[in-house]
Write a protein that binds this ligand. Sequence first.
Ligand code: ZN
Length: 292
Amino acid sequence: MANFNDANIIIQEVSARDGLQNEPQILSVYQRIQIIDALSRAGLSRIQIGAFVNPRLVPQMADSDLVWSGLDRNKKDIRYTVLILNDRGMETALNLKVEHIEIYVSASETHSLKNSHMEMKKALDNAAGIVRRAGQAGMSITAGIMCAFGCYYEGPIHSDIVCAMVSRLLDAGATEIGLADTTGVAKPEEVKSMISQVGKLAPLEMIGLHLHDTRGCGLQNVEAGLDSGIRKFDSSVGGIGGCPFIPGATGNVPTEKVVELAERLGFKTFIDLGKLRIAESIIRSFLDSSNY
Ligand code: ZN
């Protein structure tokens, strides 16, 4: 596991989950395993391998349990994580002895209903229960807030709403907090201001950013996060994964761009860009060759 010190940043690769989830093609379990194994060789310290969610709602993530079981997880310096949404996903995570899970709730009522079919309050109650259960089971858990910097549907989201949700999740035992710009609306000054508020509730090393490059501000937002003392970022190689809300928009911030930016600013990532490019070409070849 990479150490937290000021000169290192930790990148969690999310192309195998957020990336593929936002592509229309559905890749096989074997293709997803090949992608994750290629990413594992690139020096990433964290890889999100999929999501234990309803395959009817998110067919791209169907059989993530088989992906988990089929992976070569012998590299002890890599943390493989899974996103879950509900108790059913939690059961699967427990059965498979997943050590770190992630759960996100939305700070926008409209987005919460669209994404999880639950009102915010119910989604938060549900997530807090799962966070507590994870702690009791000895798992670590990133609990995060979607639309933390605003929402495509609802516009600005007040920091009081985000902070109240973060407090609840911290009380339940979240070991890390994720702030997600789910619909890619954040501007750098909004990122800084939200971090300064949430940073009053939790140490900065517990907080990570999950940024999308929907409007081309993704890297500026990464830089704003770095400026504010954040050292953990989610990103997707090649920016794989469009945004389901805005046709033609790009997906997560591209991992290789985050690496280049961070290293230019003097941080270390320990990621091999050549091997990362190989992983990207594998993903693109699978996406290009699959029919949908
Ligand atoms: Zn995302």
